[in-house]
Design a protein around this ligand. Structure first.
Ligand code: MG
Length: 286
């Protein structure tokens, strides 16, 4: 495959592109509502025996249109457009009912970004018509599409509906690592495809928690000062007023973060997350 790049920026919907108040309701045997899950909670939720999941809030276009565009993701799209792009844009969501969502999403992209979102690049992997279409095209004996996990369905769409249509440069933005990793584990099957997963974590909350819970002592902040500013704003007492914090880092002093015991340090012009050193003890001095 010489030369010809065919690229797409593909966005998850809930908690990546928009944040909505819609909830997945968990109902008990008698139909009573046991809990209400955000899209992020739903991704990791295992229903207990006797529980049923009620998605009716996600069928309400009113709720979808009251969703708030995630600012961080909007700025990613603005940046892509600012530098000019021949890429396509697409949506890959766990939601059902594409017919309901597609006109809204097409209007959203047109009005906010001036981008023409093509209906055929909007994939709603819980849509029953879409499952039917996938199952008709599948080999006999394959598991029904609807029986796969959300992340498996997303990976299949990338492999079949995007790579299958000639896309060979695929950036995928999602707030679920499981969804991002799902195609990653099979990408060796497609050596000509450049796959670029982007974890959407606007305030660094998930990544700081992951660092704290890992065994690592240090993690390089690849994007440097721009990441440092976001982390300081959301996880340090400096908030949006960061000049003093940046001066301290410059002077070689660590900035402790919430969650403890994570700190930011600057060394040789690069920024790192570090497990913050234990308080200096006199017997260690000298
Ligand atoms: Mg999501």
């Amino acid at each position: 495959m010489e030369g010809q790049r065919k690229s797409i920026h593909l966005f998850d919907l809930d908690d990546t592109l928009i944040r909505t108040e819609a909830r997945v309701l968990v109902r008990g045997g008698e139909g009573s509502v046991l809990r209400a899950l955000s899209p992020a909670q739903f991704t990791a939720y295992q229903a207990a025996p006797g529980e049923t999941l009620d998605f009716h809030e996600f069928s309400d276009l009113g709720i979808l249109s009251r969703g708030i565009l995630v600012k961080y993701t909007k700025s990613i799209i603005d940046t892509i457009l600012k530098y000019g792009t021949h890429s396509e844009f697409g949506i890959l969501t766990a939601r059902a009912d594409k017919k309901l969502h597609a006109p809204f999403l097409i209007r959203l992209f047109k009005s906010i970004f001036g981008v023409r979102l093509s209906n055929e690049l909007i994939f709603a992997v819980s849509d029953t018509r879409f499952s039917g279409y996938k199952d008709r095209g599948a080999l006999a004996g394959n598991a029904p599409f609807a029986s796969l996990s959300v992340s498996q369905r997303k990976a299949l769409v990338i492999a079949q509906d995007l790579v299958g249509r000639g896309f060979n440069d695929i950036s995928f933005y999602d707030d679920s690592r499981e969804n991002l990793d799902s195609f990653k584990v099979m990408r060796q099957a497609f050596p000509h495809v450049a796959y670029k997963p982007h974890f959407i974590d606007p305030t660094w909350k998930a990544r700081l928690g992951e660092f704290r819970d890992s065994r690592a002592d240090s993690k390089l902040l690849i994007k440097g000062a721009s990441s440092v500013r976001i982390i300081l704003e959301h996880h340090s007492p400096y908030g949006a007023d960061q000049q003093e914090a940046m001066r301290m880092l410059e002077a070689g002093l660590p900035i402790r973060l919430d969650p403890e015991p994570v700190a930011i340090v600057q060394e040789d012009g690069r920024f790192y997350l570090r497990r913050s050193p234990p308080e200096a003890r006199p017997d260690q001095a000298g």
